[in-house]
Design a protein around this ligand. Structure first.
Ligand SMILES: [Zn+2]
Length: 288
């Protein structure tokens, strides 16, 4: 015990009980704080409290490293300024420890870290669930945070899925999560398909329909990956020409011009899209 480090934030003299982290740092904390925050510690102290003062005992081992335990204690103590958690790995480790020791109050506070936006210098920092939707979805799933799960899920329905996957630190994503996610992304893709189905340009020559089909295929592939409205519209409304060489009508225009959807149609789709992307999806049964 002689080589044990003492946490500078919870030094000797600041509490009536010693905790030790898995990596050997000692924390002096208040038994009362632990008791109030955790039925686990309450029970433990009730059973072992009578008689000798704790200082004669070995420090109480907590299943967390010093960094995680420091973070946990920051949330446990009613201190005015606690360091902001920006690292999802740290957040997960702290949540896990809080759960292990039945610290519901700490869990609730840590939970809010996922959705809070804050000002840093002059910049408004976007919530974690928007910055890292898939990792947040996995955390919310693991700890049963339903509303955070739905919010993160909404963000996972946009953007390239492989890019989302890259943000996940641990490689194991539960199959039911992936299946649910793919289901919802497929629904989203169907929406785009329905717009494509609704639009068919008036085609003058048979050669143009082949050209248009190829173009449509290209749009579908693009949308399949990004599931975003703007690239979809950009692709659909950019002038398309069928460059069949057997053009006879106006010899000075090479190929046939294929019509694009009217602005009014695109605007109607966009209004629909805004409603769709704003709506917060229900968690599919398989993902629950
Ligand atoms: Zn043509």
């Amino acid at each position: 015990m002689s080589d044990a480090q003492v946490s500078p934030l919870f030094p000797a003299g600041s509490g009536d009980i010693r905790l030790i982290s898995t990596d050997g740092t000692i924390f002096y904390v208040h038994r009362l704080i632990l008791r109030l925050a955790s039925p686990f510690f309450e029970t433990m102290f009730e059973i072992g409290s009578e008689g000798t003062p704790q200082s004669n005992h070995l420090p109480l081992r907590v299943e967390a490293d010093a960094k995680t335990l420091t973070c946990l204690l920051h949330y446990l103590y009613p201190t005015p300024c606690r360091p902001r958690i920006t690292d999802l790995g740290q957040l997960t480790a702290t949540l896990r420890t809080a759960k292990r020791y039945e610290m519901e109050g700490v869990i609730e506070q840590l939970r809010s870290v996922l959705t809070e936006r804050y000002l840093e210098e002059d910049e408004l920092i976007v919530p974690l669930y928007i910055r890292y939707p898939l990792p947040v979805l996995l955390i919310a799933d693991a700890f049963g945070f339903i509303s955070e799960k739905r919010l993160a899920l909404r963000e996972c329905l946009e953007g390239d899925l492989t890019e989302h996957l890259k943000t996940v630190i641990s490689s194991d994503i539960p199959a039911r999560i992936m299946i649910g996610l793919l289901e919802l992304r497929k629904e989203r893709l169907e929406w785009f398909r329905s717009k494509l189905n609704a639009w068919s340009p008036p085609l003058v020559e048979p050669c143009c329909s082949q050209k248009f089909l190829e173009h449509r295929q290209k749009i579908e592939t693009k949308v399949y990956h990004c599931l975003e409205f703007q690239p979809f519209v950009d692709e659909l409304t950019k002038g398309l020409r069928c460059d069949n060489q057997k053009v006879t009508t106006s010899s000075f225009i090479k190929g046939h011009l294929i019509a694009v959807p009217f602005d009014a149609i695109v605007q109607r789709w966009e209004r629909e899209w805004v409603v769709l992307r704003k709506s917060i999806p229900k968690v599919p049964p398989i993902m629950a």
